[in-house]
Design a binder for this molecule. Structure first.
Ligand SMILES: Nc1nc2c(c(=O)[nH]1)N[C@H]1C(S)=C(S)[C@@H](COP(=O)(O)O)O[C@H]1N2
Ligand SMILES: [Mo]
Length: 302
């Protein structure tokens, strides 16, 4: 629960982002850190970074305009339907080419992790984008704990499969369970996060509670939600969207304004809350990842 302090607006009267900014303003970084330690759930630390160049999207935008096909295919469906997901208790199975394979309790995955705020631009292949203050920690820290063997080259991630909790899984809109994959060096990049929260709050179910992936230089669909398994392998894993429409969704899915999706140009995007389209940036602006793809033809490896 949030701590009430004298002189502050009661929590129920403000939106989370107003609360967030007012607390930042009045409490300063030390106060925000103290607040973070008082929050429930998985948040264990908080650091405040430089203000982002772009305005943050609102809590409302971030939590009501979602893609999460396990809860329906409309943008409003996850917000309406994801309440049926039980996120506690939760386990993550680590399998394959690792020295420490195990079924880890979520508390174990997050315990000791450097959970901090990371403000990232996010872009969906459908042509919309948002700026989101994620709470999470580098995936590489968890990878270091489970110790991949020298043969491991990829990680396959899997979302929960439970049609009782996930009504979309009673339809065949995708081949369930949803899976995604990263090359190990992409997974080890410091920008790649395991995320547990937004705006200093526990992640809402529709955004992938209790644990999801965020890879800001790739299209949104790589950011698999509600992860129950990570399998280390030497073979490029199949991914849900690649299986559904291989000519539309490749394994790499790097944000690239010069390579169009067959149905949507990738040259520009519409930031939620804005009307004029803005140009899409190579790697979504995260050009420090370019060395990961040195020498690769990104038209072929889309
Ligand atoms: N399990 C699962 N993960 C998923 C999806 C999904 O349908 N199922 N949709 C993806 C797509 S297409 C996008 S754009 C992002 C959206 O994340 P957000 O709703 O938190 O913005 O989640 C991705 N992760
Ligand atoms: Mo997406």
């Amino acid at each position: 629960m949030l701590i009430k302090r004298g002189g502050e607006i009661p929590e129920r009267e403000v939106t989370p982002e107003q609360l967030y900014w007012s607390r930042r303003q009045f409490l300063g970084a030390a106060g925000v850190a103290a607040l973070a330690t008082a929050l429930p759930g998985t948040l264990s630390a908080c650091s405040v970074r430089e203000p982002p160049p772009d305005k943050l999207n609102s809590w409302e935008d971030i939590t009501t305009y979602n893609n999460y096909y396990e809860f329906g295919t409309d943008k409003s469906d996850p917000h309406e339907n994801a309440g049926s997901l039980r996120t506690n208790p939760w386990t993550v199975a680590v399998e394959g080419m690792v020295k420490k394979p195990a079924v880890y309790h979520l508390e174990d995955v997050v315990r000791g992790a450097a959970v901090a705020q990371h403000i990232y631009r996010m872009r969906c292949v459908e042509g919309w984008s948002m700026v989101i203050p994620w709470m999470g920690f580098p995936l590489r820290d968890f990878i270091a704990r489970v110790q991949p063997t020298s043969q491991a080259r990829y990680i396959e991630f899997t979302t929960l499969f439970d049609p009782k909790q996930m009504p979309g899984q009673r339809t065949n809109v995708l081949d369930w369970p949803y899976t995604e994959g990263l090359r190990l060096d992409e997974a080890m990049h410091p920008l790649t996060l395991l995320v547990t929260g937004i705006y200093g709050r526990v992640l809402p179910n529709q955004n992938g509670a209790p644990l999801r992936l965020v890879v800001p230089w790739k299209y949104g669909f790589k950011g698999i939600k509600s992860i129950v398994k990570m399998r280390f392998t030497d073979t490029q894993p199949a991914t849900a969207w690649n299986k559904a429409a291989p000519q539309e969704y490749g394994f790499y899915a790097n944000v690239n304004p010069t390579v169009d999706h067959p149905r949507w140009s990738q040259a520009t995007e519409r930031r939620l809350g804005e009307w004029r389209r803005r140009p899409t940036l190579m790697f979504n602006g995260y050009t420090e990842v370019a060395p990961l793809y040195a020498g690769m033809d990104l038209r072929k490896f889309y």
